[in-house]
Design a protein around this ligand. Structure first.
Ligand SMILES: C[S@@+](CC[C@H](N)C(=O)[O-])C[C@H]1O[C@@H](n2cnc3c(N)ncnc32)[C@H](O)[C@@H]1O
Length: 283
């Protein structure tokens, strides 16, 4: 992979952000019902890699469910220190520069919530890099939120403005792709990965009436807006005014049953024998 240094990821790895990412892990797991969605047998071992691992929530869950695996986590910042007896290895590495692993090495490569870390045009190269380090017959698992608001009871003018200007507008301004989630399967296909299966899970944004998922979504919504408030405010408002706006949009979102769709795509590197059927439905 040719070196590349344009990093757009806007968040730090301070304690508040790490706490947000841990909550987001619970959200993803509740939405899809399991950490490992690819039909890969890990009971008797196998090499598993988590790319852009953040605080290591996913790799820790996988290692504790499948203790015989060789578990590796990589991030471009020192976001994670595995406990000495965890059996997990953390390595510094940058998916945009090329991962520090040989070709054809892992049985499962996981890449999740990286939407703000990858420029729109970089996705094909990143998925190709994930495919490179995956063994023939191994699997890549990609999970992202589609950053486009839907409202079961209809969009209001204010929700439309919020969606276009804040949700999608801010992501586009960063240089990222708000619509990458529904494109994951196409990116996987372009990287030569087969056996693609995609599952779409809607997540309501509501502090009450939508259970734990709704609460986690609402908390994440406010946390992300707070992080991006100076950027959203620009010259027209203050970050405090943006937060007041966000609170009132959240109330309106609850009344109109707003939800985001989350996508999980699994795809298999050709070769190494065929595995019948995937653990997730859809196409
Ligand atoms: C929103 S967090 C997601 C963490 C984790 N994947 C999860 O789902 O819990 C994004 C992570 O990607 C990391 N990251 C951003 N750009 C990266 C890059 N070019 N290479 C590797 N990691 C990167 C950040 O440091 C951060 O830990």
């Amino acid at each position: 992979m040719v070196g590349h240094t344009s990093h757009i990821y806007p968040f730090s790895d301070d304690a508040k952000e790490i706490a947000r990412e841990r909550c987001q892990h619970v959200l993803f797991t509740l939405l899809f019902g399991a950490e490992v969605l690819a039909p890969v047998a890990l009971e008797h071992g196998g090499r598993v890699l988590d790319v852009g691992c953040g605080p290591g929530s996913w790799i820790e869950a996988v290692k504790s469910r499948y203790p015989a695996t060789e578990a590796t986590a990589v991030d471009y910042h020192p976001t994670y220190t595995p406990a000495p007896d965890s059996g997990i290895t953390f390595t510094l590495g940058d998916v945009l520069e090329g991962l520090p692993f040989p070709d054809d090495h892992f049985d499962l490569v996981h890449h999740r919530a990286m939407i703000l870390a990858i420029e729109t045009d970089e996705w094909p190269r990143v998925i190709a890099e994930l495919a490179r380090v995956t063994k023939p017959g191994g699997w890549v698992q990609l999970t992202e939120a589609h950053l486009d608001i839907h409202a079961r009871l209809g969009m209001t003018p204010r929700l439309r403005v919020w969606n276009e200007k804040v949700v999608r507008g801010t992501v586009l301004e960063i240089g990222a792709d708000p619509d990458v989630a529904p494109k994951l399967a196409a990116h996987a296909a372009a990287a030569g990965l087969g056996g693609r299966v995609t599952r779409v899970a809607p997540a309501h944004l509501a502090r009450s009436g939508a259970g734990e998922i709704g609460r986690l979504m609402a908390a994440d919504f406010l946390a992300v807006i707070e992080l991006l408030a100076p950027r959203i405010a620009g010259n027209d408002a203050t970050p405090a005014q943006v937060m007041l706006w966000a609170e009132s949009v959240l109330n309106e979102a609850e009344w109109h049953e707003v939800y985001f769709n989350f996508y999980a795509t699994v795809a298999q590197k050709p070769g190494g024998g065929v595995v019948e059927g995937a653990a997730v439905g859809g196409s």
